[in-house]
Each structure stands twice: as C-alpha cells, then as structure tokens.
Design a protein around this ligand. Structure first.
Ligand SMILES: Cc1ncc(COP(=O)(O)O)c(C=O)c1O
Length: 449
C-alpha cells in the first residue's frame, strides 16, 4: 500500500472524533462504523477472522461490531444487546467495566499512566505486597507483564535460572500461550507444527495422570535430561474445561519434591475466583513453586499479568534484577486496575459466587443433557469454567450461532466448536444467568427436534 501521511491523519481523526464524541451516534455513523470495521478486518487485520467468526458476521444486516458493555451485557454498534456467557475467555470475572475498577484506573490515569522506568513506583510495589498476602504457601515475589503468555515465558525463564536445568514436563492438550517458549509447552500440534522446531527438552504427560508425569521424570533422569519444572493448568481451559482427579495436584507436589523439580501452576485462566477458590490450586491445598496470572488480574479493565514465586527461588533474580525486564509490564494503570479488582473480588466474594453459580449451572446443564441426548453429549467444569461437549463441531457451531441469534455471546474452544464454553462473569446476576440458560434450552430444543 502506498504511503500517505494525510490519509493516515484523516483516518486516525475519524475514529478519534468518534471515541471522544459527546453526542449519540447517528444511524448513518453507526452503519459507517460497522461497514468500515468489516472492511478494515478484511484489508488490514486478517480476512480469516471474518470467515472464522461467521456466526457474528451473519447475525444480521450489519455485522456484530462490539461497541460497549457493562457487567454481563455487551452491546454492538447497532444497539443489539447480548448476555455475555463467555466473559472474554476468563478476562471478565468481575464483568465488563466494573465501576470500582474503572474509577481507580481513571484516577491513576490522570495522575500518571506510565512510569519513568527509573524511580520506584508505589502502585506496582503495593500490588506485589497484596498478592503475597493472597497467594498460597511461600509465594511472595512477583514480576508483572501484560499478557498470560508473557507470564508463562517468565516462569519458564525463572525455573531454568534457578535450577540450571533446561527441560519441562507439560501436559497433553495444554494451552499456555503462543510466544515461542509458551508455545513449546503446548500439548497439541495445531499452532505448533508449522513452527517446529521450538524449544527442546519438553515431554508431555496426559493431564490428570500423575503416574505418567512421574514416568516422564524417571525417563528424563535415566537419560540425563535435566528437568527444571512440571507445568500445568489447574483445570485445563482451552482443552474444554477439563477437571483433573482430586489427587492429581497433591500428587504432582509430592512427585516434584521427590525428583527435585519445580511445580508451576498456570493460573492465567483459573486464577482470581474462576473455579470457586481464589486460586484453583487452593481447591486441592497445593502450594506451587511458581504461579502464573493474567486475564482477570487486571480487573477486566487493563491488561495485567505476572509470574510469582518464593523468596528462595526469586533470589536467583536478585544479583542482576535486569535479567528479566519489560517497559510497560506492571504500569501504574494496570496495577491500579488489579488492586481495585482484588478489592472487588474480596468484597463481593466472587470466588464463592463462582462456586455456587457453577454448581447451579452444572445442575441445569446436566438436566438439559438428559433432555437432549442426541445433541448434548457431555458437561464438565468447575465453578464458572464450564464446557458443553456436542456430538460434533457442526452441532456446536449451530448452538453458538443459535445463541447469537437469541442474544447470547459464547464461543467454542480455540480449535473447534465441539466444546462450547460457558465462562460468564462470576458476579453475573441470577436473572441473567437463568435467562441465558433458558435461551440455551430453546436453542438445544430447536436443534434436537
Ligand atoms: C492457561 C493459560 N495460559 C496462558 C494463556 C495465554 O494468555 P494470553 O492470551 O493473555 O497471552 C491462556 C490464554 O487463554 C491460558 O488460558
């Protein structure tokens, strides 16, 4: 495309004037936004998204173009309303734009949105202290970043620095992000195969099978592959809400101690209440050596992630604190969002809400499974991380599309629509949860008949 500074300025001003505009959008401007967004995706982002998000793009005369949201309701530019049953894949545990989180961010934004990189920044330091109080066991020190995948990269680096060993045991079907290190841990070939070779010295065990993990450690010891850590999601999210047996995490802890390797819990999706406890490992009283956080950490308002560990392990980062750095990670607005998000989590007790609403939702979904056995094959999950498995991807896609038609936003897992996610805000009002389940019932009824 030819370079044109005047065109760049005009186009930037077009959107900026809409962003800062004080009056309601006219019908004409709404249609212009929708049409231009679809065109921009095709011409400047990736045409593939339009094909992939068929259910969103064929929802009406004007493609669904996200515009605003509050709590568990999302509205598109045309004003159509959706109940958010997806929660941004775990990002919106407190709902969209929680007023307390927004207020904290706005106040910090006016004071100082970023930091100088040279002085000590109080908001980040205090978030470190707060997390030390919240996390299990001896976990105390942390490094803040922007995305979950960066948190995993940092955790891998820390484990390697501390142990001096290069290898990892990861789980089949696991998902830890898509940067090179995190992608190397991924327990399935899609997204990896065209990029191989990635990091070496990684072995994979079936999720939930502690004996298989031990076997991998035994084999690694026998052939001399140094293993730094075992890493797993407490409940596998992208794999379709897979809950391990109750003895899995306690056994992992014992095995890691026996073989002298670290245990990393990737709580990017499960952390901060999602599965009914502050952290999912709390459900199994397990104290990991390193924990990764992301998604909901920023209160659903600003990106915030990080990896955290014990004073003993962290000591390897102290001689040179610049071993791992990032310019924008842990910036004041992200940390202000996280601090407000934690306050809301503790005051509204969102982990308990997740536990109660999760049990309630699983009960209703299991009844739907009995009513529509030809369509709905399996229900699983913990707290508000729930997966519905359909007979095939085509049916799953039709369920997602039927829900869209009925004003419910949901999604398959990253790879296919065979499993549809129910991952709403933990504080979703009961009437909206019931309404969402009614619309699901209606969709399944239509597909089964
Ligand atoms: C368990 C887990 N780890 C890491 C990631 C990567 O996080 P991000 O997409 O913020 O990079 C995800 C994202 O879904 C995840 O579920």
């Amino acid at each position: 495309m030819s370079r044109d500074k005047q065109a760049a300025l005009k186009e930037a001003k077009w959107m900026n004037s809409i962003i800062t505009g004080k009056t309601a959008l006219t019908e004409e401007v709404k249609k212009e936004i929708v049409n231009k967004t679809t065109e921009n995706f095709a011409d400047y982002i990736n045409k593939g998204f339009l094909e992939h998000r068929k259910s969103a793009t064929i929802a009406g005369d004007f493609a669904l173009t996200e515009w605003t949201g509050q709590g568990s309701i999302i509205r598109d530019v045309m004003g159509r309303e959706f109940i958010d049953a997806l929660g941004g894949f775990g990002l919106y545990s407190l709902g969209i734009a929680h007023p307390k989180v927004v207020a904290n961010v706005q106040a910090q934004l006016t004071r100082s949105p970023q930091y100088s990189q040279e002085m000590l920044d109080p908001v980040r330091a205090q978030l470190g202290r707060v997390l030390a109080h919240l996390t299990p066991g001896k976990i105390q020190y942390g490094f803040f970043a922007n995305s979950g995948t960066e948190a995993v990269e940092g955790a891998m680096k820390l484990a390697r620095l501390y142990t001096g060993k290069p290898g990892f045991i990861s789980m089949l079907n696991s998902f830890h992000g898509k940067t090179a290190g995190a992608l190397s841990l991924m327990g399935k070939s899609v997204f990896k195969e065209p990029l191989l070779p990635l990091l070496g010295n990684i072995q994979y065990a079936p999720f939930g099978d502690a004996d298989a993990v031990e076997l991998e450690l035994k084999k690694a010891a026998q052939v001399g592959t140094g293993i730094a850590a075992v890493i797993a999601e407490p409940v596998q999210g992208e794999a379709g809400a897979i809950v391990p047996p109750d003895d899995f995490w306690p056994k992992l802890r014992k095995i890691c101690d026996k073989y002298g390797v670290l245990l990393i819990a990737d709580e990017v999706q499960t952390g901060f209440g999602r599965v009914g406890e502050t952290f999912a490992v709390d459900a199994w009283n397990t104290e990991p050596d390193i924990m990764c956080f992301g998604k909901a950490l920023g209160g659903g308002v600003v990106a915030c992630s990080g990896f955290f560990s014990t004073p003993e392990i962290w000591s390897c980062m102290e001689p040179n604190p610049f071993m791992h750095t990032t310019t924008t990670g842990g910036n004041p607005i992200a940390c202000a969002a996280a601090l407000a998000g934690i306050e809301v989590m503790l005051e509204e007790d969102t982990p308990s809400q997740a536990a109660e609403k999760g049990t309630y939702t699983l009960g209703i979904l299991n009844k739907m499974k009995e009513r529509y056995p030809s369509v709905l094959k399996n229900i699983r999950g913990k707290g508000m991380l729930i997966g519905m498995e359909f007979s095939d991807g085509d049916i799953g896609y039709k369920v997602a599309a039927g829900l869209f038609k009925r004003g419910v936003l949901t999604s398959g897992t990253l790879n296919n629509s065979k499993v549809i996610r129910i991952e709403p805000a933990l504080n979703i009002p009961m009437n909206l949860l019931d309404e969402m389940l009614n619309r699901l019932d209606d969709t399944l009824n239509e597909l089964a008949s």
